[in-house]
Write a protein that binds this ligand. Sequence first.
Ligand code: AMP
Length: 508
Amino acid sequence: MTNHLAAALGIGRTDRHDRRFATMPDGRYYRYADVDGVSARFARAVQALGVQPGDRVAVQVEKSIEALMLYLGVVRAGAVFLPLNTAYTPAEIGYFVGDAEPTLLVADPSRAEALAAAAGGVRIETMGVWAADNPDPGSLFSHVPEAPGDFADVARGPDDLAAILYTSGTTGRSKGAMLSHENLASNARVLAAYWRFTADDVLIHALPIFHTHGLFVATNTTLVAGSSMLFQPRFDADAVLAALPEATALMGVPTFYTRLLADPRLDGARTAGMRLFVAGSAPLLAETHRQWEARTGHAILERYGMTEASMITSNPYDGARRAGTVGHPLPGVSLRILDPETGAECPPGTVGMIHVKGPNVFRGYWRMPEKTAEELSPEGWFVTGDLGTIDSEGYVVIVGRGKDLIISGGFNVYPKEVEGEIDRLPGVVESAVIGVPHPDFGEGVVAVVVPEAGAPREAAQVLEPLADRLARFKQPKHVIFVDALPRNTMGKVQKKALRDAHALLFAG
Ligand code: AMP
């Protein structure tokens, strides 16, 4: 038996050893031979530190190419990679470590001391960003042998775990989504083919690597196709603009696109060599899609996915990429929309709960059998928690998270519908519509609006035009103007933070 995921990603394929895998901003680069060699050395390092097949290796480090090699090394050693958001505090890390019981925690050198108290005796090694002028990149490197030696990947089957990713956990406890070798391998193969990645592609990688988008979608797709990437430590509009003429593809969250659009240097000449712009992890405004196409001539390809199921749907490569939709289920993925009350299949055009099934769907939540049973049926259907609909041409439209649904006076209000109307108004950049406890209606609809610079901040400007566009129960009862919406690193609007901040608005 081989190591299922490592084999799918092409680890050990000597025929591509001379090709370039990643180029760093300082010109340092990794060839595919280095990917195989360095990840083998990390595999030997974690083995030397006592990591056995099936053990978890938790990792909270800054983005670096070596951190990606650690991911591959952990997989090759048969262990389970557990990346953690760099924004998590030591107390939060304490929860993850207590829950996942890793054998090893790899931490940024600046955090190791603070984490020692929270980690409850779990072995900590440090890993900073490797650089020629950094004399001490971290203790982990002292366990990494100089030469790869003869590393034989630990055998792992399709159903063995490759990774655990904790969900962002905006309600209740954060849950560890268990992803198998085949979950990741199947999705990487499908995406590479669907988005036509080849050895000639050069992907701009500016996403974080603790999340499914940057870690799996961007990296695994590149590896499967034998493409190469321009590896950037974080999103920086200047750096992405400078890289565009050297690249063929960009994967980003919607905020990448709005920030790039704000820069006059973005134009058709700069993007002439690009063949693909992918957006996901949060909804792309239809307006951003239109502006991008007008400015560059490229239609952004929007896709939909989540930690538990990797990528689920995508707009087509050939054929219309429709703004405001996330396209069709990927090959091998089944998607259905059910009425949350009755469980009956919703007819096209009707909003319901999105369920998905396929080789991409995770193995359940780590040590949470009840939660798993609630969301994953014995037949393999996963209840995504997202509300959506399928339009007349089979394109899936995401309406929002089920928990963001507002019930006002007994009526369902889908925030996205109200946001869409507000965003069309002159003087409005964007908006977030939330439900806040209300003594008469249960929840009252509240619009949080970002006005354009200099535009009046008057509720009437928003409310009057909505009066004849939306049913009365959907119209906001209150408008709050803000300079910017709260977003996490993946560009998702933090609606829970908004609800918490304004919870007492109608309390009298
Ligand atoms: P995460 O598990 O952090 O990747 O978050 C997954 C959630 O992000 C999904 O369940 C959706 O609610 C949301 N999401 C991802 N892609 C899109 C998209 N293209 N449009 C709207 N929402 C999206």
